[in-house]
Design a protein around this ligand. Structure first.
Ligand SMILES: Cc1cc2nc3c(=O)[nH]c(=O)nc-3n(C[C@H](O)[C@H](O)[C@H](O)COP(=O)(O)OP(=O)(O)OC[C@H]3O[C@@H](n4cnc5c(N)ncnc54)[C@H](O)[C@@H]3O)c2cc1C
Length: 454
């Protein structure tokens, strides 16, 4: 068992100025997860008199808001994923470990990894969420979710491969099924996927096939609730709905999928022959939340105190999507990047406050707004009292995403890709690689610098 005074050797560049640590008496803060919450927590501790260990099961931070662009062949994985070690390499008090946490042992104050135990004085759990199929786990095989690079590549493969197979298919019914795409879930991810798929079929692939017209592809967006983009103002949900319909997407609200099997999606009033089904309907907290000694609340999340501390455990914080936190009026905060970033920072600051003998402060979320895109030049945005739709909303969306991407290289390459795509309506990452769910491996993606190939 490695201890934190002699961590297991991890490949990669070393921390530049090793801290004098033998023995190291500084309090040890362990952060689980290098997503938006974990990373911001770590950065907020850079000058604190603590030693920080950030543990993630992946060696990269993933910019999930742009995953759908990898899934729809606009961007390559390396443009939205960045090695955590590189992000924190200048932070001398922080060690990054690659490892998967299985549970938290609150009694012994240790994080239990698959192959190790890491003791902590303070802990921030920020492991995020995963797709949930609401008790129908068998649907996962047919309808991949969009939470990881592997899933994005699987989706990309499914979409592009369906068009390829349609070119060879002579049976009209089979071809129709190949050109039918069903997206389950009309939140931001579902809306973005549907808009992008419509543009792929109506614009990008317009001249690429001889035996069928890609514009005949049927794209259905199925939402169980009464509107798309639940939580947005009515004016914007209506605008999103109309924009999608103008792009040729069939939108079905108040419709719950009752079954998914190979080649068929069952709706209450119709069975749809569809080879490609994509899941954007729900997420639930990562399993580690179940080991924190609390009954989980809606969405498999962990209810936290207003300071983000775990009830009864003032040295353990939960931040980001895994935490169920509320605003001043008692309304649940959404699982979005801003909540995660601000929550991670609040948890870190509360640890510092406690070390300085001060009381931790409540988490007050500053809502900077919500934006969802619908294709290349439309979006809906709610920013304070402003409700925008159309090109201006899209321009703001593009700017924000460029600014928040990590690394200058990503910012420049993504900006260039978008500028080119905007004028050409093309999609630069249209290569079919691997077999869905099999040989599209994380290792391949991460060792490749060739953006086009991945
Ligand atoms: C497709 C998609 C589109 C989105 N679009 C938007 C958007 O437009 N705007 C917006 O604000 N938000 C958006 N979101 C939501 C946003 O990405 C999340 O709110 C945010 O990522 C949450 O941050 P987090 O740090 O809590 O979790 P994550 O970012 O998910 O990070 C969790 C980290 O924990 C690691 N981890 C998980 N389990 C373990 C374990 N057992 N051991 C070790 N490490 C572990 C993971 O590898 C990951 O790095 C989108 C999400 C998705 C999936």
């Amino acid at each position: 068992m490695a201890t934190m005074t002699s961590p297991a050797p991890v490949p990669g560049p070393q921390v530049p100025s090793p801290e004098p640590t033998s023995p190291d008496s500084r309090p040890h803060v362990v952060i689980l997860g290098g997503g938006f919450a974990g990373l911001n927590a770590a950065k907020a501790l850079r000058r604190a008199p603590v030693r920080v260990t950030l543990i993630d099961k992946r060696n990269f931070h993933l910019f999930q808001p742009l995953l759908y662009q990898v899934a729809t062949a606009s961007l390559s994985p390396s443009e939205i994923a960045y090695p955590i070690r590189s992000i924190l390499h200048k932070q001398a008090n922080t060690t990054v470990l690659l490892g998967e946490a299985r549970r938290v042992d609150l009694e012994r104050q240790e994080v239990v990894l698959t192959d190790d135990r890491i003791p902590f004085d303070y802990l921030i759990v920020a492991t995020g969420t995963q797709s949930t199929y609401f008790g129908h786990d068998d649907w996962q095989q047919q309808a991949p979710g969009l939470k990881s690079i592997e899933e994005a590549l699987t989706i990309r493969h499914k979409i592009l491969y369906a068009f390829e197979r349609a070119e060879r298919e002579t049976d009209p019914d089979r071809r129709r099924a190949l050109l039918t795409f069903v997206i389950v879930g009309g939140g931001a991810t579902g809306v973005e996927l549907a808009g992008a798929l419509a543009e792929i079929s109506r614009q990008t692939l317009r001249q690429d096939f001889r035996n069928f017209n890609p514009a005949d592809a049927r794209i259905l967006l199925v939402e169980g609730g009464p509107t798309l983009l639940g939580g947005y103002p009515d004016r914007l949900t209506g605008a999103a709905h109309r924009s999608l319909e103008r792009l040729g997407v069939e939108v079905r609200t108040d419709t719950r999928v009752t079954g998914i099997e190979p080649g068929t999606v069952h709706l209450p009033d119709e069975d749809i022959a569809a080879e490609t089904v994509l899941w954007a309907a729900g997420v639930t907290g990562q399993e580690i939340g179940q080991t924190l000694g609390q009954a989980l609340v809606r969405g498999g999340r962990v209810a936290v105190e207003e300071t983000l501390a775990l009830p009864g455990h003032p040295n353990v914080y939960v931040a980001g999507d895994l935490a169920m936190s509320k605003d001043k009026r008692g309304k649940e905060l959404p699982g979005v990047a801003q909540v995660a970033m601000q929550g991670g920072r609040r948890a870190a600051k509360n640890i510092v406050r406690t070390l300085n003998g001060n009381d931790p402060q409540p988490f007050h979320y500053f809502d900077k707004g919500n934006i969802a895109t619908i294709g290349w030049n439309r979006a809906v945005a709610e920013i304070g009292p402003l409700q925008l739709s159309g090109f201006l909303a899209w321009a703001i969306w593009a700017l924000i995403h460029i600014v928040f991407l990590i690394g200058y290289r990503s910012r420049i390459t993504v900006a260039l890709q978008w500028a080119w795509a905007y004028v050409s309506r093309g999609r630069g990452a249209r290569l079919i690689t691997g077999t869905p769910g099999h040989d599209v491996t994380e290792a391949r993606v991460l060792t490749s610098d060739a953006t086009a190939a991945d």
